[in-house]
Design a protein around this ligand. Sequence first.
Ligand SMILES: CC(C)(COP(=O)(O)OP(=O)(O)OC[C@H]1O[C@@H](n2cnc3c(N)ncnc32)[C@H](O)[C@@H]1OP(=O)(O)O)[C@@H](O)C(=O)NCCC(=O)NCCS
Length: 186
Amino acid sequence: MKTVLYVAPTASAPALCLRPWRAEDAAALVTAHRDPLMRRWLITSLAGESDARQWIDDQNRGWDDGVRFSFAIVERGRPVGHIAVKGGVDPAGASAEVGYWTSAETRGRGIASRALECVSRWALGSQDVMPLARLDLLHAVDNHASCRVAEKCRYVLSSVLPAQPPVFPSEGHLHVRMNSTQKART
Ligand SMILES: CC(C)(COP(=O)(O)OP(=O)(O)OC[C@H]1O[C@@H](n2cnc3c(N)ncnc32)[C@H](O)[C@@H]1OP(=O)(O)O)[C@@H](O)C(=O)NCCC(=O)NCCS
């Protein structure tokens, strides 16, 4: 099962389409990954198109196996970001982790927040491939933009995680959004 989600336009921003990554997106992925902030905050770095194609294959396998829901965020037909719900982190299977990025030239226009709100509602509410009670969102404490996106989408700060060098050289924030929070508000 693969899913396509739509985010309605606002008074100042066009609609977004969240769809699975495609092989023809490889060049856009490589361009986005050249940004220093991506290299600073993401574990995965895609240096060339063969890395990008491999990564796209991995995302598609995640859909096929029902363990990872990975979307290109598309604005006016162009991929401008990525958002994923990653299962397999919780042995009980009740929670998954969300991750995201937007391309450098599109930041600060609400794209990450709108995409995260849409995917969170879908993941906690309307999909039944991976029934979830909770979504976790982790970021480095000094990644203030990511912290703000989490807050805007009602991911509550749950704990401060210790640094785990070399992969996580600084402390982290764990934010959580529960299924019940969403139901109470709809
Ligand atoms: C984090 C990221 C996805 C945000 O994407 P975006 O499309 O700019 O997000 P939005 O426009 O929806 O919201 C960004 C918010 O952060 C705020 N922000 C941006 N830089 C900030 C900073 N240095 N300090 C505090 N707030 C900041 C913006 O003002 C905005 O909040 P507002 O709407 O209240 O003004 C983007 O910066 C990114 O891709 N960074 C690199 C990869 C990354 O860090 N991914 C997350 C890993 S946990």
